[in-house]
Write a protein of this length. Structure first.
Length: 403
């Protein structure tokens, strides 16, 4: 079985092609600037990259071109060999988990266009077009919220009228589900046996992991026995930690004050909070952590403030999840920031000795790839663990079409 996992933007399409017999990546590629006369297309097979310029008027044309390219490269015997296209979908009204894309799923996603404005509109538009133009290929939506269905009610509910939760779904749904699910599964493989190697029963039983997905979009997840127990994002991906350009947590009663003070409409204020806040808003420099770190190193006080606020928020949730789980067996750093910023890992883990958390500074500075960075006397294992959201979506897509 061969599965294509797609990542859609409003004018882009990127993919990985998996052979699910051994979960090998057969190819990766994509098309940029869809809708223009000069669309850049690339494909990479066995480390060899090929680029060309094509005309792709819409996502359906882009996908067909990519399938033909994969056929020419002998990754597919023909486009019809593709069993399904899987999508890392974000959020939909009344729907979570994994679903074949149909009119009901698309309508549920469209109903939350304003809840997930950066993701749902381009996905809905492209998926609707693909369903029409490529009816021979099943489309599967694997929602990020699915991994968090195991969160208990005390961690899911806001203190609002209960009917708002029951009738309108106003709850902490959580996101980055594919990434946190991968970390849960990979942690079980790498960590559980080292903690209790005499247990032959599965690797999940009591393993307590705090997954720190830190990147342009960031969240923490408390995991016990492979299942989500709490996560920092709530009803929308705009909540929780400060993001690259999104606000994170904010007192909702600040909104009327901001509207009055700025003269902006509520929609305009929400746009600023979703697009010009987070690291970018605090630093006044950039939404890229590397740029903010460079500015802070040169003495820029606002850049330093942005880093301090980000670190404080991560540590806030980290402490809460240690309490929730009754300790931690491992803390895992993943995502662009989590994997690549030694400074951030050091700041987040600083002065946590009494929790049994001790970072090895030298290991941390030289670390690359999947590796432990805790000191020999740390009770809690500290890992850098590159995530693989695509393989999670590929597995979910396979299981969905095989049902």
């Amino acid at each position: 079985m061969k599965i294509l996992v797609a990542n859609l933007g409003s004018t882009s399409f990127k993919y990985r092609l998996f052979n699910m017999a051994n979960e090998a990546v057969l190819a990766r590629g994509g098309v940029e600037r869809i809708g223009s006369a000069q669309s850049k297309c690339f494909v990479e097979v066995a480390g060899q990259r090929e680029e060309l310029t094509i005309e792709a008027k819409d996502h359906a044309v882009a996908v067909r071109l990519c399938l033909q390219q994969l056929t020419d490269k002998k990754c597919l015997s023909s486009p019809t060999e593709l069993s399904a296209i899987g999508f890392k979908a974000v959020h939909a009204r009344g729907i979570t988990g994994v679903h074949l894309v149909d009119d009901a799923v698309l309508a549920a996603m469209e109903a939350y266009n304003d809840i997930v404005p950066a993701h749902n509109p381009p996905y809905v538009t492209a998926m609707r077009l693909l369903a029409k133009e490529l009816p021979e290929i099943p489309l599967v939506a694997a929602f990020e919220t699915g991994f968090h269905e195991t969160i208990p009610p005390a961690e899911r509910h806001y203190a609002i009228p209960i009917e708002w939760a029951e009738k309108f779904g106003i709850k902490r749904w959580g996101f980055h589900g594919a990434s946190h699910r991968y970390i849960a599964e990979r942690s079980a493989q790498l960590i559980a046996a080292t903690l209790n190697p005499s247990h032959a029963k599965g690797q999940w039983e009591e393993l307590r992991v705090i997954s720190c997905h830190l990147g342009g979009s960031s969240s923490l997840c408390a995991i016990r026995a492979g299942k989500s127990q709490a996560t920092s994002m709530g009803m929308t991906p705009q909540s929780g930690l400060p993001q690259n350009n999104r606000v994170g947590d904010l007192d909702p009663f600040a909104l009327p004050a901001i509207v009055r003070a700025t003269g902006k409409t509520l929609d305009e204020v929400l746009s600023v909070l979703a697009n010009q806040s987070g690291l970018e808003g605090l630093s006044g420099k950039s939404n890229d952590l590397r740029d903010v770190e460079d500015a802070a190193a040169k003495g820029d006080p606002n850049a330093k403030l942005a880093l301090d606020v980000y670190v404080a928020s991560v540590r806030h949730y980290l402490g809460a999840y240690i309490v929730l789980l009754g300790g931690a067996d491992a803390i895992v750093f993943t995502g662009g920031i989590g994997e690549n910023s030694a400074n951030m890992r050091e700041a987040i883990c600083g002065n946590l000795d009494w929790f049994g958390i001790r970072l090895d500074t030298e290991r941390n500075r030289s670390a690359r790839g999947e590796v432990r960075v805790d000191a020999t006397n740390s009770r809690v294992q500290l890992w850098i663990m590159p995530t693989n959201e695509e393989i999670i979506v590929a597995r979910q897509t396979r299981d969905c079409v095989l049902v």
